[in-house]
Ligand binder design. Structure first.
Ligand code: HEM
Length: 441
């Protein structure tokens, strides 16, 4: 099996992913066991993350960006409704006082928003929660499987049980998504929230390059894969980041108070709804700093992979002969965000470093051309296209939760909140967060 080179040095990551970006265009196929299983019938059902760089990738990625991700301004009413639904859910859970487990309601709210953007307004709650379960199980399973599972007969035999579970989850996804996709074929004029076309509608209209040059519609298997990608990427990382951030705010009440003061000043007596999505996107520097600090310390996607060629492979130190399909490289996003040469006290949660005058005042969620200090959304040609939407979703939900509630430790937390990380496909808290939550009147 191919050797995997590990990179946790930000300078090496910069040399490879930014300076030699054209030599690191693709991910090794081996890291996508879920997608690989769909190839067992000989047909590749690629999504944006799995397809190789080229015209097919460009068409899929441009469609997502142009049709959904670049419309953040107009999506504000949908974000606000989703945030209010989360506040209502927590309010019901804390009615009797006491402790609340955070992960489930947060994931449900984030998933409901993603499902709405994907399928439109008419997905019933039962279907939504079945889809949410399948996404959660798929993310957990993808994390459990050996990343070297390369789709070969040998690795299928070695991971026999895992392979059977993948196949079952894929069948379940087909069962859940195809009827909704079929329903969208009939009801295409209905905009999501009266604002934008659901993602599935844009996929149904899309033509991808084919050998005739005329372009062909996406096959059902491809539609299922793209829907899974949309729901999975938009949910797992966002929910994980919210949980980590709340954990730090509970651990450091002074940070929580400072953030709430900024949120309340923005709401200014008009309630949460008066905070515009514009101010969340470009104002509110402390909210931005808190989210960046959380992503620096706990990037929800723990690593990214590339196959490196040419100068890119040399930059990583692959002086030995590079295999035809490239040198497999794994960039450790957590290690890069906590690199002692780039950060003072890297293990301390200190959002102030991202404010004006701080050591990271110019650092944003995506690295600029000059250096890499952190890269929770990846870097280079295959960086995450959802960076702005991801940041906005996290900030909207977080602002609503801080405006609506006080957050305190559950039980005896004299040793502080347990911040042990559990690495899987998404980096989550090993001990799911429970909190004593009180409604603010
Ligand atoms: C907190 C939220 C999110 C985080 C932390 C995150 C993180 C990442 C990371 C680390 C990658 C790999 C980048 C690389 O290899 O350089 C990625 C890729 C990707 N993400 Fe996100 N993501 C988030 C939200 C979203 C959202 C909301 C969407 C869209 C709905 C999205 C869609 C994608 C896609 C399509 C790719 C593959 C891009 C390609 O290969 O061209 N992500 N994401």
């Amino acid at each position: 099996q191919a050797t995997i080179h590990h990179v946790a040095d930000p300078a090496v990551a910069h040399r490879a992913l930014i300076e030699n970006a054209d030599d690191l265009l693709n991910r090794p196929a081996a890291i996508f066991p879920v997608a690989l299983a769909t190839w067992s019938n000989g047909e590749r059902n690629d999504n944006i993350a799995t397809v190789n760089h080229g015209p097919h990738w460009r068409v899929l990625r441009c469609n997502l960006t142009a049709e959904v991700l670049s419309r953040l301004g107009s999506l504000a009413p949908l974000h606000e409704e989703a945030a209010q639904a989360l506040v209502a859910d927590f309010s019901a859970r804390v009615l009797g006082g006491g402790e609340v487990a955070v992960r489930e309601p947060v994931t449900t709210a984030v998933f409901a928003l993603a499902a709405r953007l994907c399928f439109g307004d008419f997905v019933d709650d039962r279907h939504k929660s079945a889809m949410g379960r399948v996404i959660r199980d798929s993310i957990v399973l993808a994390g459990e499987l050996n990343p070297r599972f390369d789709g070969s007969m040998l690795s299928k035999m070695a991971n026999c049980r895992g392979f059977r579970r993948i196949s079952a989850l894929l069948d379940r996804q087909v069962e859940l998504y195809l009827p909704l996709i079929a329903a969208r074929r009939q009801a295409r004029s209905q905009l999501c929230g009266g604002i934008i076309r659901p993602y599935v509608d844009t996929l149904l209209d899309l033509r991808v390059p084919d050998s005739n040059g005329a372009g062909r519609p996406l096959r059902d298997g491809e539609l299922v894969g793209l829907v899974f990608e949309f729901l999975g990427t938009a949910t797992g990382s966002t929910a994980a980041c919210l949980e980590w951030t709340l954990a730090h705010l509970i651990d450091q009440p002074e940070v929580q108070d400072k953030l709430r003061r900024e949120i309340n000043a923005e709401a200014d007596g008009g309630g949460m709804l008066s905070i515009s999505s514009k101010s969340i996107r470009s104002g509110m520097p402390y909210l931005n700093a808190v989210v960046l600090e959380s992503l620096r310390m706990h990037p929800p996607v723990p690593f990214i992979m590339r196959s490196a060629h040419g100068e890119g492979a040399t930059a990583i130190g692959g002086a030995t002969a590079v295999p035809v399909d490239g040198l497999s490289v794994r960039f450790d996003l957590g290690g890069i965000g906590r690199d002692g040469k780039s950060w003072t006290d890297p293990d301390k949660f200190r959002p102030e470093r991202f404010l004006a005058g701080g050591e990271a005042e110019d650092v944003g969620p995506a690295p600029g051309p000059k250096e890499i200090r952190m890269m929770p959304f990846g870097a280079g040609h295959r960086h995450c296209p959802g960076v702005n939407m991801g940041m906005l979703h996290i900030k909207c939900f977080l602002a609503a939760l801080l405006h609506g509630f006080d957050w305190a430790p559950a039980g005896d937390c004299s040793g502080g909140v347990d911040m042990t990380e559990l690495d899987g496909f998404v980096k989550i808290m090993e001990q799911p967060l429970s909190a004593r939550v009180t409604r603010r009147t």
